[in-house]
Write a protein that binds this ligand. Structure first.
Ligand code: NAP
Length: 345
């Protein structure tokens, strides 16, 4: 198996650390470059990074010198976990310099020629890459993105429903973990003993990304799925794992058994980071819970529960996923595996 050299932009941050943990021992990738802000550049990774994950910093990256976020970097593929205000210009520079850029940031997600991927759902949107390269003059480089971490938790069950029954409209309330705000994130004085009813910029992302993900590729463009989403996003006192409470109105009549079946039978992939079960539906009345369910499928499975007919809409359910794995670094790695399998990298 060919081993690709990868660089991580924003390597010292919450998502950057998760990349380093997930890539340790990965058969297809070797980390050869790490980049972050001026605060970190010029230091060894161990010196620059306030490591917040269980276990030690993997020995293979401890002594790598952190570089500024400018090309060139000594790697074949760039994973980006930069804040969106710096990501747009930086990711563009790397794509223009010929690198495949696989991004977690929101900067390019909604651009018409940029794939917004959940590989199990819309791998065919990779066809945008040819148009992107032509339009932007990127040569061999390109940009691919993964969704907002809250969207990653409920887009998969909605994909199952959209394919089988069609969706008319959705109401979603997200309960988002503290790690979703990066490090150091939300002050303890704000989040302890509390629920915050505002996450800057989050509701518009949650209301628009899913229609692009569930959209149809046609002639170099994505025709967005035609349902509306109304979202309220809350920050809650949970470390990892975003929960979404969803109510959905469908276009066709359906039984509860058919709805459950559409989710559990939604096909997964067989890439290295694919979970055995893409969507699991649990019967226990008190699940899913972040602490108990976020690590299903090594953090890559979506757990659905509380799935019932609804008095106002057709069905309601709760969906949960690990925000820094399925919602960020794990998804980006899955995207890279898909790009290699499809011979785009
Ligand atoms: P974070 O913990 O704040 O980390 C930010 C990283 O970017 C650090 O490595 C930091 O380097 C670097 N950085 C910050 N400002 C920079 C600048 N001006 N120039 C160069 N590097 C800079 O944030 P995060 O949670 O990892 O999020 C990173 C991105 O992923 C964001 O776009 C976020 O929206 C997205 N995302 C996050 C999650 C999540 O669950 N956390 C999920 C999905 C997507 P220093 O350490 O040197 O300051």
């Amino acid at each position: 198996m060919k081993v690709y050299r990868v660089g991580i932009l924003g390597a010292t941050g919450t998502v950057g650390q998760r990349f380093i943990q997930l890539l340790d021992g990965h058969p297809q990738f070797e980390i050869t470059a790490l980049a972050a802000s001026d605060r970190s550049a010029g230091k060894s990774y161990a010196e620059a990074c306030a490591w917040k994950l269980c276990g030690d910093i993997p020995p293979a990256v401890r002594d790598i010198m952190v570089e500024p976020i400018d090309p060139p970097l000594d790697c074949d593929i760039v994973f980006s976990s930069l804040p969106s205000n710096v990501a747009r210009e930086t990711e563009e520079k790397f794509a223009r310099a010929g690198y495949p850029v696989i991004s977690n940031s929101s900067s390019y997600r909604m651009d018409g020629d940029i794939p917004l991927l959940i590989p199990e759902i819309n791998a065919d949107h990779l066809r945008l890459i040819d148009f992107q390269r032509q339009k932007r003059g990127y040569g061999d480089g390109f940009i691919v993105t993964n969704p907002n971490c809250a969207v990653a938790s409920f887009a998969p069950p909605l994909a199952a429903l959209e394919r089988r029954f069609g969706i008319e409209s959705v109401i979603v309330t997200t309960l988002q973990a503290i790690s979703g705000a990066g490090y150091p994130g939300v002050p303890a004085m704000d989040i302890a003993d509390n629920v915050l009813p505002y996450i800057s910029g989050e509701e518009p992302k949650v209301e628009t990304e899913v229609q692009k993900i569930l959209g149809t590729y046609r002639d170099g463009q994505i025709e967005k799925a035609d349902f509306t989403v109304s979202a309220q996003c809350f920050r809650v006192h949970v470390l990892d794992g975003h929960t979404a409470a969803v109510r959905v109105k469908l276009k066709k009549n359906s039984t509860l058994e058919e709805v459950i079946q559409s989710m559990v039978e939604f096909p997964g992939l067989e890439l290295h980071s694919s979970p055995k079960h893409f969507i699991e539906v649990c019967d226990e009345p008190s699940r899913p819970q972040p602490r108990l369910d976020r690590d299903r499928g090594a953090g890559m499975t979506i757990t659905v529960g509380r799935l019932f007919p609804d008095n106002v809409f057709d069905y309601r359910f709760v969906a949960l996923s690990h925000n820094t794995v399925r919602g960020a670094a794990g998804s980006a790695i899955l995207n890279a595996e898909l790009l290699i399998e499809r011979r785009i990298i």
